[in-house]
Design a protein around this ligand. Structure first.
Ligand code: IMO
Ligand code: MG
Length: 422
């Protein structure tokens, strides 16, 4: 047994390609665990000519024999979860055998979704650009100690607890002058709760610790990215959970000493969906070209993603926050056709150069760029490191030196096979 829990975390603003990498790595682990977030995540997997998007279910689900854990730090929408399970069942996989759900995970109620929409409508210009899946309101209830948890569905007073929380939400929605039907989706939700009862509901902390001590290997799969972390991201334009390394410990009930490798995943450029600061954002045809080549449209919402050059200042910050031991670089092949490739290596704030992310990342930041000649080679078919062009390997070396961590996996396309390990 390894007795350590390895981790994969997104280092940017989400959508780094975590689904693909967890799917690739999952073949080497006996179990995959989600520790935070919920159906705001959209992890895309591609294999055997097919594509799938998983939302609450860990990306290990398609690997034979894998065990998949939905941890305590996750917020679970039973309706989305049942839909996802339906899609997986069509593949001949039995979700009830492979998925174990923490009793301490919080439930997303239909009125949490309505509240999410009501909050966004009331925010006007200060809109977060939320995915409207009810994430923020569910975590708000958790922290204010009003939440409903998966384990509660087995209690005789579940219905009363539900009604009490729903009544509270109706008052909040009224206070925001938001017009909606508060019963919307409730019948479907209640029937999805019955579906949830058929699963193995676990004491996640005992399950995970016993697993890594006695049963096998496990990898924790982060959702969103470190720049969307509730404490260290571009607050308030963040998600409502701990997407950085500490979230693994609280979300699964494991001690820091049990953490093994920390894989930090980033794209060769940056994207962001929703509102909020993005220092290297491009508003020109280069940004548009990245969006088209990289197919940068949301897996959950279909929204076009904002695109920009790689921001090494932000990346060094998240590498530090997460204690990354191995970097995984995604979508380098999307930059194949650029004459010049830029990376931001410093910020100019108030006329001063800094390599640190300022408290208010929404302040006026001028990115300072280092330029590299493009490799102008189709990388997508390359499977051996020795076949990579020098201009590309020089660029990777520069990044490793700047960040102080080796790039151990390079992904050159969406398919499982388009992966080079070093
Ligand atoms: P994956 O796991 C990218 C963004 C939303 C919004 C902000 C808050 O696929 O990388 P929320 O619904 O969480 O309250 O929205 O966070 N966001 C994501 N952006 N990828 C994600 O997940 C995201 N999940 C949330 O766009 O700006
Ligand atoms: Mg996504």
């Amino acid at each position: 047994m390894s007795s350590k829990l390895d981790v994969v975390l997104g280092l940017q603003w989400g959508d780094e390609g975590k689904g693909k990498i967890v799917d690739v790595l999952a073949g080497r682990y006996d179990a995959v665990a989600r520790f935070q977030g919920g159906p705001n995540a959209g992890h895309s997997l591609h294999f055997d000519g097919q594509s799938f998007v998983v939302r609450s279910i860990p990306s290990g689900i398609f690997r034979e024999g894998s065990t998949n854990v939905i941890g305590s730090g996750v917020v679970l929408d039973p309706v989305t979860f049942r839909e996802e399970c339906g899609n997986i069942s069509k593949m001949g996989i039995d979700p009830k055998k492979k998925i174990f759900i923490s009793k301490k995970a919080n439930l997303i109620l239909p009125t949490h979704r309505l509240l999410d929409a009501a909050n966004e409508a009331a925010a006007g210009k200060g809109k977060i650009g939320s995915t409207l899946k009810g994430i923020g309101p569910t975590y708000t209830d958790k922290i204010s100690r009003n939440g409903l948890r998966v384990g509660d569905i087995l209690a005789p007073d579940f219905q009363q607890k539900f009604e009490k929380l729903k009544a509270k939400h109706i008052q909040q929605i009224k206070g925001l002058n938001y017009e909606c039907d508060p019963d919307q989706g409730e019948a479907e939700w209640m029937s999805a709760i019955e579906f949830l009862k058929e699963f193995n509901l676990i004491d996640c902390e005992y399950f995970v610790n016993d697993w890594i001590a006695n049963k096998g290997t496990m990898i924790a799969e982060g959702a969103q990215g470190s720049m969307l972390d509730i404490d260290y991201g571009s607050y308030p334009f963040v998600t409502s959970s701990s997407t950085t390394i500490g979230g693994v410990c609280t979300g699964l009930g494991v001690a820091p000493s049990k953490i093994g490798k920390v894989f930090g995943i980033f794209k060769a450029y940056c994207t962001r969906v929703g509102s909020g600061p993005f220092p290297t954002e491009l508003f020109d045809e280069t940004g548009e070209k990245i969006r088209q080549v990289g197919h940068e449209f949301g897996a959950v919402t279909g929204r076009p993603r904002r695109c920009g050059w790689l921001d090494l200042v932000a990346l060094k910050y998240t590498v530090m926050l997460d204690g990354v031991t191995d970097l995984i670089m995604m979508k380098s092949d999307c930059l194949d056709d650029f004459e010049t490739i830029k990376v931001c290596t410093a910020y100019k704030v108030d006329g001063k150069i800094t390599d640190q992310v300022p408290f208010d990342i929404a302040c006026e930041i001028e990115p300072v760029y280092t330029e590299f000649p493009g490799w102008k080679t189709d990388l997508s078919g390359i499977r051996k490191e020795s076949d990579l062009p020098k201009a590309f390997t020089d660029y990777v070396k520069f990044m490793e030196d700047y960040l102080g961590v080796p790039v151990s996996i390079i992904s050159l396309g969406p398919d499982r096979e388009a992966t080079i390990e070093r």
